[in-house]
Structure formats: C-alpha cells, structure tokens
Design a binder for this molecule. Structure first.
Ligand SMILES: Cc1ncc(C[n+]2csc(CCOP(=O)(O)OP(=O)(O)O)c2C)c(N)n1
Length: 373
C-alpha cells in the first residue's frame, strides 16, 4: 500500500504544489492528507470540470502541472474542459489526474458505478489521455509511476492520469477529526423531514442521505415507491425534481439535497427560481462537507444558501439549526407556495452499519413512475 503523506511529498519534489478536485471514497486517505496543506495549495472544487480549469489557471500562472483528483463518475463533468481546453490540440495544459476507479470490472460495487467502471480505461483512451494504474505494492513503485506520468504530461503538454484501485492508500497519519458543533445528525433531521413529507414524492441526493432515507422507510414500514434515490449523477437531484414538478403540477415534490451536491451544479437553483413551480420544496442538509466520501470540507461554510435561494427567486427560504427551528420551518415550508427552500445545518457523520437500497435502480424507477398512475 501507499503512504499518502510520502506520496504528496514525492509530488512536491516533482514540482506539483497545487492540488484540486472533488473527493472520492477510494481517495479518502489521500484527500485527508491534502487537508493539512495551506489553503493556497489545495482547493476543493465545486465540480470536476472546475478542477480541470483551476489546474489550467495554475499552469498558466506558474508553468507547473497541478494534480486533479476525482472519482471516475466525475470524468463526465470534466470531459469538456479536458478536450476543449487542456487537450494538446487546444492549449496543451499538462496536469496529472488521479482517478478513483469505482466499478472496476470484477470488483463488487454499486450499480451506478458498473458502466463507468467498465468504460473508464476506454474513455481515457478516447480522450487521448495516457494513463497507468497506480501500483499498490509499495511507495517506491508508486512514486516511479507518478514521475513517469508527470514527465509525459510535461513533455507532451497534456493531461495524464493515474487510476487508483480500492485499498491503494494507507490511512493518513495526519488525519484529524474536525470539531462540529451542529446539534442534529443528518438522520435525525431527515426523520423529522419525512414526517412532514408524508406520502408526497421525494427526490433524494447522492450519498448517505438516500441510504438513510431507504432505511428509515424500512424501519417505519413505509413504502419506497414515492422516493427516487439519485444514486449517481451527483448534483442533479434538484433538476430531476424540477422535471417531475413541472410535469405533475398537482403533486408536491420534495428535493432532499446535500451542500456538496448543490454547490456542484449551483446554477440549477436559478433554473428552479425562474420556472417557479409552486409544488417544489427544496431541503438542503448542510454539514459543510462531502460527508459520504470521507468528510472533506466543501465551500459551504462561506455560502449563504438562504440568501442565494431568495436571490434566484424562491419566494420562501428558511434556515434551521435545531429541532425546534426545524419543526417551525417545516410547518411554513409545507404550507407555503413554492418553490420553497430550507437549509438545515447538520453534523457530519453517519451511524455504523448503514445499509444500502435492496431494490435495483430500475425497480425503484418503475415503482416511482407507477405511483403517478
Ligand atoms: C460527479 C461525482 N463526483 C463525485 C462523486 C462522489 N461523491 C458521492 S457522494 C459525495 C459527497 C456528497 O456531498 P454532499 O452533497 O454534501 O452530501 P453529504 O455526503 O455531506 O451528505 C461525493 C463527492 C459522485 N458520486 N459523482
């Protein structure tokens, strides 16, 4: 296995002093290693395309390649800047992509990773990005791979990539728990929210929130048919909910979102505000982190979501930080004309042993679809 701190040191010695990306569970230990770097050397990007653009800016200003880390799901977000900006046929921007390989063939993983995992090598070939699987056996072999891929990036002025398999990195020695004073967990807040949701339709965001929703429904003998769990396509739950709300104006729709997901495609809020569906309720569970993949901080501590929602046209936008505020806010949200918005400040973390949906995504989609009949 590979030590994240020594790996980062090797990158530094090879002239890589700027790191940016969107975290992934397979890169959790590496990303935690980055969290001790000064803010100017490490930026958590809103989405993977923005990370490629940040790396481009860094090269233009310094002549040095940056490291961009991402889950392979994020390649979709990054394709446009990779081929229309960084590609050698355009500006020729060297950078090293470090890609968590979810859904690697013959490795058990969730259905949303299967296709992406299978096509990742072919996709990199199609994009003209030379890559190598990061060797796992020890530091020196891994460091050689870094040096090799960086030299290609510099010499050919192009992005190159390292594919990272599950279990590549040791737990980071400098990782430390950050204090979090918020009073509710995501699951406690979610329990209250679904009391108000009742039998109305829900679109839930990518990550632990959807898993918690599924388990809470099981616990209370509730049905799953009106819950759409957005297991992939992070950041798009609100647009899925908007599509439903516009097509079914008589049906209230709740979007249960995360701060990382909202920030990933923040422009969707303006689309919702502009289209103003009266039956749309948007609840953001804000733990200021990408909690589901390791707890790396998002930019949410500097963002006033309520002010943003109001500014783009949500007539009602509220904030709740404890159970009492949450109950009061939910009464208002439930009875006001949409689109309405509620930000709930929650604590990071989830309970141990959280399960996963037992229904396939297609079964869930079919049941959801039939629930309107
Ligand atoms: C395009 C894309 N990039 C990255 C991921 C990996 N990923 C899954 S959940 C998640 C974190 C979501 O954070 P947030 O929306 O704040 O919810 P939380 O996990 O904190 O509840 C990330 C980065 C992904 N699934 N898709």
């Amino acid at each position: 296995m590979v030590h994240p701190e020594r790996f980062i040191e090797t990158l530094n010695q090879n002239g890589v002093t700027f790191f940016t990306g969107v975290p992934d569970s397979l890169l959790k230990e590496f990303c935690l290693g980055l969290s001790s770097l000064p803010a100017a050397q490490h930026v958590t990007a809103a989405n993977e395309g923005a990370a490629v653009a940040l790396a481009t800016g860094h090269y233009l200003a310094t002549g040095d390649p940056a490291l961009v880390y991402l889950q392979n799901s994020g390649l979709g977000n990054a394709v446009n800047p990779l081929v229309s900006l960084a590609d050698p046929a355009v500006y020729g921007i060297p950078m090293l992509l470090m890609i968590g390989w979810r859904g690697e063939p013959n490795v058990v993983d969730e259905p949303q990773h299967t296709r992406q995992g299978a096509i990742t090598p072919t996709l990199l070939d199609t994009l003209g990005i030379p890559y190598r699987v990061l060797p796992q056996e020890d530091d020196s072999v891994a460091h050689k791979a870094v040096e090799h891929m960086l030299s290609i990036a510099r010499e050919e002025r192009r992005p190159t990539a390292l594919l990272v398999r599950k279990g590549t990195f040791f737990m980071c020695e400098t990782a430390h728990d950050r204090k979090d004073a918020a009073s509710m967990t995501r699951e406690e807040a979610l329990k209250k929210v679904i009391e108000f949701v009742g039998t109305e339709h829900v679109v839930a965001t990518t990550g632990m929130l959807s898993r918690e929703l599924f388990e809470l429904r099981e616990q209370y003998n509730g049905s799953h048919e009106r819950d759409f769990l957005t297991v992939g396509s992070m950041g798009h739950a609100s647009s899925i909910a908007l599509g439903i709300a516009l097509a079914r104006p008589g049906n209230p729709v709740w979007c249960l979102d995360g701060d990382g997901a909202v920030l990933m495609h923040l422009g969707s809020l303006a689309t919702i505000g502009k289209n103003a569906p009266k039956n749309f309720r948007h609840v953001v569970f804000n733990n200021q982190a990408h909690d589901s993949v390791g707890g790396h901080l998002t930019a949410a501590d500097g963002a006033d979501f309520v002010a943003i929602a109001k500014a783009v046209g949500y007539p009602t936008a509220l904030f709740a930080a404890n159970q009492k505020e949450l109950m009061d806010a939910l009464v208002v949200i439930k009875h006001s004309m949409g689109p309405s918005f509620l930000e709930i400040r929650i604590r990071r973390g989830a309970r141990d042993g959280l399960g996963r949906p037992t229904k396939t995504p297609r079964e869930s989609a079919d049941a959801f679809r039939m629930s309107f009949e």
